[in-house]
Design a binder for this molecule. Sequence first.
Ligand SMILES: C[S@@+](CC[C@H](N)C(=O)[O-])C[C@H]1O[C@@H](n2cnc3c(N)ncnc32)[C@H](O)[C@@H]1O
Ligand code: SF4
Length: 429
Amino acid sequence: MSKQNLEKILPLKFPGKVAKGWKNSVKGWYVENATSGLYTLDIEHIADSVVKQHNDPNSEENVASKYRKDLCPHKCPFCFNEENEVYSQEKTYSKGKKKLNQMMTLKDTMKVIDQAIDIARSEGHEFNSVKFLGPGELTINPQLFDVIEEYQKRNIHLGIFTKGAVLGRDEFAQKYHGMTAKELTDKLASYENISLIFSFQSFDDTKQDSMVTTKEGDVLQGIQNYSEIREKAIENLLNSEFYKDGITDRICMINAPIMPENIDESFEIYKFFTERGTQVIMTPSMVSGKGCVQVQKQDEEFNNKLVDLYARIYAYNVEKGIQTEEQIEREGIASYVGAAPCNQASIGLYVRANGLVQMCPGRFDEETIFANVQDKPLKEIWDQSPNKRRGFDDPHNLINNRCPAKDGRAFTEGFYEKVMQRYKELTKK
Ligand SMILES: C[S@@+](CC[C@H](N)C(=O)[O-])C[C@H]1O[C@@H](n2cnc3c(N)ncnc32)[C@H](O)[C@@H]1O
Ligand code: SF4
C-alpha cells in the first residue's frame, strides 16, 4: 500500500530531467572542496537523565538496559548501533579488571565539539557539520531542542538519522514533546541547521514492518504498523518548511542496509523519491553491531545484483541529468550509490556516547577503534588517526574514500571496478 499512498502524498516533480543544479546530496551529508583536516563528526547523544542513571555505580539501570525503553522505540534486526561494549555499565580495562563505562552528558559532548572547532580553525578552515547516528532516536530525547540549539549557536549543521515515528503519530509526539506530530515536524523544520536522513527500506508494508521489529519468544518487540506511521510522517514533512515547492535539500531517504530482502526494490525506491524531488542514499550493511550477521547473508547472487543495481543507478543519474559522465569518471563510484561520495573516513571521526572514537560507524574492531576522548584530547586522537593520514596520503580520498569499512566485506573485491565497467556498458547502448 505504501507506494500508492505515497504517490498521492508526494507530487511528481521531475518526470523528465531533474531541475538544473539539483544534486543528490542532502545538506550536511558531504563536505565539498575539503582539504586535509577535520571538518565533521558522526556523533551520539543520550539524554542527561539516562546518563545520570548510567553513571551511578549503584544504579541497576544503564544505557544498555534502557536502550529499548528510553532510547529507541524500534527493534531493527540488523541495527549496527546497538553495541553492548559501548553501552554497558562496566568496561574491562586490564587483565579482566572492570570499571565504570562513563557516558557523556550534553555538556561533555559539546566540549568535544568545541575541541573539533578549535582543531578545524588551527587547520585553517571551518568545522562544518555533525550527524547523529544513535543510540536510538534523537527525536525521542527530551533534550532534542537543547541539542539542536547547541549546534545552532555554533553555526554547525546537524544531520539527524531517524525512522521518524514521532513525526507521524500524535500520541508519540505528545508523549515525548507535548505537541502534535505536525507541530513537532514544523518546529524541527524551523531550524535551518537541521536535515533529516529518513529511513526507508521497503514499499511493502509487511516487509518494512518486519525490518523494524524483532520477535523475542512470543512477543514482537518494537513499534508495530510502522509503515502507516511513516506515511503520515512523510506527509507532515512535505507540508513543512523542509520542502519548498515540493522539493527539498534538507530531507533525504536512506535505504540502508540494502539486503537480500529489499535489493529488488532498491532501484524503484531510488527512482521514486528522486522523481519527487527528494534525495536518496543507499548502501549495504555496515560490518558492526548486528550488521555483521547481515553481511554474512550476502551470497553471490546478492553481490551480482548489487553491482547491477549500482551500475543502473549511475546510468539513470546520467539520463536524468543528476550527474555527468565526466563527474562519475572524476569522482568515482560512491559507496552510497548515486549520491555524493563518502569522504567521512578522511575528514571526520565517529565519537560515541561513552567517548570512544572510531574510524566511522561501518566497522567496530581493533583497527577502527582509536581511543577514548574522555582519556585523551581530540586533537591528539585526530593527529594520530588513520583518518587524517588517509586524506593526507591520497588527496583523492578527500573527494571519495570509497568505504574503508565495507570494502572487502559488504563490498566484495573489485566491486567498484565492476560497477564502473557495467555502467559504461549500459550507457554505451
Ligand atoms: C543506527 S540508525 C540510528 C538513527 C535512527 N534510529 C534510525 O534508525 O534512523 C542510523 C541509520 O543506520 C541504518 N542502519 C542500521 N543498521 C544498519 C546496518 N547494519 N547497515 C547499514 N545501515 C544500517 C538505519 O536504518 C538508519 O538509517
Ligand atoms: S536502526 Fe535505528 S531505529 Fe532501528 S533499532 Fe537501531 S537505532 Fe533503533
